[in-house]
Design a protein around this ligand. Structure first.
Ligand code: KG4
Ligand code: ZN
Length: 336
């Protein structure tokens, strides 16, 4: 007899995307709606938390309705509700959480709390079956982490950034180069037009699995200011190329160590910075050399979305991880 299908409705609102998605059995996307606020925050050069919360309030019910309509489903067809409980902007998180709790209460559905990073990792299950032991390289605007998984929903954090996240560092570098927000993609593009000519420090050359990006960020900012003061012009493309080389190398060094030390067989790159062309190429080279499988989900699953939350929610549900209506949002929380 065929197993009954499980439909999870996921809600994501941890930063500046309001998203609702329905996923079948943790692997098959049925429908997703994402309402992005990028255009609104652009003028400020970054996400303004209070504006973000207010936009979520405006959007969340509309996005939910559109998603159900697109899936041609009603709430009774849904088995459980997965919600990003954290980490993220607290005001933004609370809006999604309240929507999820209301749905769970009114329709009497189980509520599944999902850690945002678990979502980024499980984006992979929408494209490929996960194999263990797995190493997740989580690189985004808020995170730079190496996470080992020995099985579904068994996370062990090997290391992470001691200060800035890599995406945050890209965004700051882009700002000092006068590029538009969000700067990561702009710096990446420029890097491919330049040569490595500027000497920048490679951060944290130790044998931990940790990262550090604030020193690199400051080095770039100081370099730009010093050149300006001397009336010299910066070659932006060359600086972008030099910066990207150091940023990517510092990730690759630690990933190499983790693969070897932990006998990893399968590597996932997750989060918004997985879109980076330099990082993708370097990860391909490294995993080829070490003969391990590499999976980088397509871009639409790498940036924030509720599809990944619904996918992770399915595996969390199977692991018995439901919550009651006292569930609260957390701006910070370790992935466990
Ligand atoms: O995962 P995400 O959508 O949001 C967070 O959870 O943080 O990641 C957004 C981050 C931003 O910092 C953005 O600048 C960066 O990902 N990003 C990139 C690229 N595309 C997006 N950074 C470097 N190169 C890219 N191509
Ligand atoms: Zn994210």
């Amino acid at each position: 007899m065929a197993m009954k299908d499980t439909y999870i409705l996921g809600i994501e609102s941890s930063c500046d995307e309001t998203s609702v998605s329905i996923v079948k059995n943790g692997t098959e996307e049925i429908a997703t709606i994402i309402s992005s606020q990028i255009e609104i925050h652009k003028d400020y050069g970054g996400v303004v938390p209070e504006i973000a919360s207010r936009e979520h309030v405006k959007n969340v019910t509309i996005v939910l309705e559109e998603c159900l309509e697109k899936a041609d489903m009603i709430m009774n067809d849904i088995d459980a509700i997965a919600i990003t409980y954290g980490p993220g902007l607290i005001g933004s998180l609370l809006v999604g959480l309240e929507a999820a709790k209301t749905l769970a209460f009114v329709y009497n559905k189980p509520l599944i709390p999902v850690h945002h990073i678990a979502g980024h990792i499980y984006a992979n299950s929408l494209v490929k079956e996960m194999k263990f032991p797995l190493l997740a390289v989580v690189v985004s605007g808020g995170h730079t982490e190496l996470i080992e998984m020995k099985d579904h929903y068994k996370f062990e954090k090997l290391g992470g950034t001691l200060d800035d996240a890599i995406g945050e560092c890209y965004d700051k570098v882009s700002r000092v180069l006068d590029l538009e927000y969000p700067g990561g993609p702009k710096v990446d593009k420029l890097a491919h037009e330049g040569k490595i000519t500027y000497k920048l420090p490679v951060p944290l050359k130790d044998d931990s699995y940790n990262f550090s990006f604030s020193g690199l960020k400051s080095a770039v900012i100081n370099l730009v200011h010093n050149e300006e003061q001397r009336g010299k012009e910066i070659n932006k493309a060359d600086l972008a190329a030099s910066f990207q080389d150091v940023a990517v190398t510092s990730i690759i060094n630690k990933v190499r160590k983790a693969i070897i030390d932990r006998k990893i067989k399968y590597v996932i790159v997750a989060g918004g910075v997985a879109a980076n062309k330099g990082l993708r190429a370097a990860m391909e080279e490294l995993t080829n050399e070490l003969n391990v499988e590499l999976s980088i989900p397509p871009l639409k699953y790498c940036t924030d979305n509720a599809t990944m939350i619904a996918a992770a929610g399915y595996f969390a549900y199977k692991d018995g991880r439901t919550a009651d209506l006292t569930l609260n949002s957390k701006s910070q929380d370790t992935l466990k």
